[in-house]
Design a protein around this ligand. Sequence first.
Ligand code: HEC
Ligand code: HEC
Ligand code: HEC
Ligand code: HEC
Ligand code: HEC
Ligand code: HEC
Ligand code: HEC
Ligand code: HEC
Length: 412
Amino acid sequence: MRFQTVFVAIVVAFALVIGAFLINRQRPKVETEQPSAALVRASGRCAECHYRQQYSVVHEYEMSEHARRGVNCLDCHQPTSSQKGKEHHGFIITTQITPGNCRACHYAVYDEFLRSRHAAAAWAAIYGAKGLSAEQVAYGEKYNPGYVNRPPHPFTTLEGASAMTSGCDQCHSVGRPNSDGTIGNCTACHTRHTSSVAIARLPHTCGQCHLGPDHSQMEIYTESRHGLLFDAQRRLLNLEADPLKLTTRDMFVPTCATCHMSGINGLKMTHDPGERLSYWLADAISRKRPDYIHAQANMKEVCNQCHTAPLIDRVYDQAEKVVEATNQKVQAATDLINGLRKDGVLTGKPFTQPIDFVYFDYWHYDGRTAKHGAFMGGADFVQWHGNYPLVAKMVELQSMAAELRAAHAHTH
Ligand code: HEC
Ligand code: HEC
Ligand code: HEC
Ligand code: HEC
Ligand code: HEC
Ligand code: HEC
Ligand code: HEC
Ligand code: HEC
């Protein structure tokens, strides 16, 4: 019947239109929404192959703000003027991506990052000034004097190259020098293809590196009231909130990023966490930073978005007393070691005698942990992972020193 044929034809045509629409929706957004023909070609063709080869790469990218804003694969993967290009299926790409590939669009962020200790100082902590250009050393020294122009860490030779590559480098590469003259690695916090602020705001993202006995920030946070509430209320937080509009309605519980980086309720956001730190807590003896007053005011202003001044001042008063007391304890241990060296009882390079390791653990593990715990709500870390081992190890140091002196007197 004629009517039936027409009906079938209409149904088939409609199905085809719907089908085409559905298929089109499955394609990478950039391909369908990009205004420029060249860009459509670029992302569409990269994605077409890589969707099959590495689904996860394309999928992570498709969920990103970049995909929504039409930033495509080639925007990141094309070589900058200081990078080597490589022919790749009709495109010229770079396979090593650095902040140089983000800088053109995020200049201010890179600039701030470069001043921070996540940049050159992080690398110099292992390898010293080696590998950094004279300009990079000068720039780093301007913002972090004494922490960039320094010798390589003794462990680089003691532990050997493979331990550096698979150990230290993995964390300290956050500030690695790249062959194109840039420094660092933005994807340490943002990941490669999600380019996500939500991920950067998660405690575990910082906790990839900020953990363990020498910098137990992750463990301290987990046991703190803040960490407890984060676990309990995580799904109620708006981790995706636009950084420029972030308020305490989105993040009513702080994560590492909230206190150290975010611009909550209109405060200044920063990629230099040093802007809010008033002490050098990682050092054996913690001194006040040059901008102590300003930096402390910055952090207290963050606390003040959720707390009142008496609580904040109480935390700081108590923590500063822990810093002072720890400094005295570490000074006493340092005097003991220096005395042994001065009297010729302890000779040779550092890290060749058992007492060197006890002394190193004394300030590097226990002293630091006590100070960090005091500022970030970790009572157990001030006490059982901090002050208790400080007491026990002082006894050990004194007993080792006495033995060394006795043996020395015997042979001289
Ligand atoms: C015709 C298919 C095809 C196209 C088009 C294509 N790729 Fe690839 N690409 C591949 C294959 C296959 C590999 C994996 C090679 C391997 O496993 O050794 C690869 C590898 C890569 C790598 C890793 C290279 C390395 O040496 O580390 C990157 C990065 C990459 N592609 C990015 C892109 C980008 C960006 C585009 C678009 C500008 C693109 N690809 C277009 C097929 C393609
Ligand atoms: C925001 C910048 C950015 C965008 C956009 C981007 N990439 Fe990447 N991509 C990176 C970074 C960074 C790496 C890691 C490179 C390195 O190791 O130096 C990477 C690595 C890769 C790799 C190697 C992955 C591996 O684990 O071996 C492939 C393949 C790749 N990208 C394909 C793509 C494709 C396809 C697109 C678009 C759908 C895309 N990228 C979009 C930044 C980007
Ligand atoms: C071609 C320009 C361009 C390049 C290249 C680029 N971005 Fe972006 N990026 C944007 C735009 C546009 C936005 C959205 C507006 C904004 O938040 O600044 C954005 C947003 C972001 C965001 C915030 C995402 C969010 O959820 O709010 C992060 C993080 C980011 N980019 C990191 C990177 C990193 C890391 C690289 C290099 C590996 C990079 N971008 C390369 C243009 C770019
Ligand atoms: C798990 C990640 C990780 C590994 C592995 C690691 N570090 Fe660190 N390191 C950090 C973090 C995070 C800090 C910051 C501590 C702080 O400020 O409390 C740090 C701080 C330091 C500091 C003190 C800061 C400074 O600039 O003086 C030195 C020195 C240092 N690391 C050297 C090394 C060396 C050498 C190795 C390998 C033997 C190493 N680190 C391995 C994460 C790591
Ligand atoms: C130590 C971790 C870390 C590193 C390294 C890092 N970021 Fe971020 N970034 C963050 C956090 C956390 C936020 C979100 C702050 C907030 O809560 O609003 C952010 C926000 C951003 C934003 C969105 C805000 C804006 O200004 O538009 C961009 C873009 C960005 N980062 C780019 C970069 C680039 C480019 C690099 C490398 C030069 C980089 N980030 C390195 C942690 C990091
Ligand atoms: C890839 C590893 C890595 C990640 C991820 C990382 N950091 Fe760091 N961070 C380091 C290292 C290494 C240092 C010590 C650098 C040095 O030698 O001074 C450091 C130092 C710091 C400092 C001390 C800065 C100063 O001025 O003394 C703060 C605060 C900090 N990080 C906070 C964060 C926060 C918050 C995050 C997550 C948003 C984060 N870090 C993610 C490796 C990392
Ligand atoms: C409630 C706010 C808050 C939270 C949450 C928080 N911190 Fe802190 N953090 C502080 C304060 C306050 C200090 C000490 C500031 C000073 O020196 O004046 C500090 C010190 C540090 C330091 C010591 C830097 C140095 O001088 O060596 C590092 C590193 C650090 N925090 C990383 C982290 C990481 C990683 C997390 C999450 C796992 C985190 N913080 C969570 C407030 C916070
Ligand atoms: C984004 C909001 C937010 C920020 C920022 C914040 N806190 Fe909190 N804080 C909380 C919440 C919520 C609690 C849980 C209060 C409760 O138990 O009801 C809390 C609990 C505490 C407690 C435990 C109170 C008690 O008596 O049990 C201390 C101490 C504390 N915060 C100190 C600080 C300090 C110091 C800062 C800044 C370095 C800070 N907080 C930043 C939200 C915040």
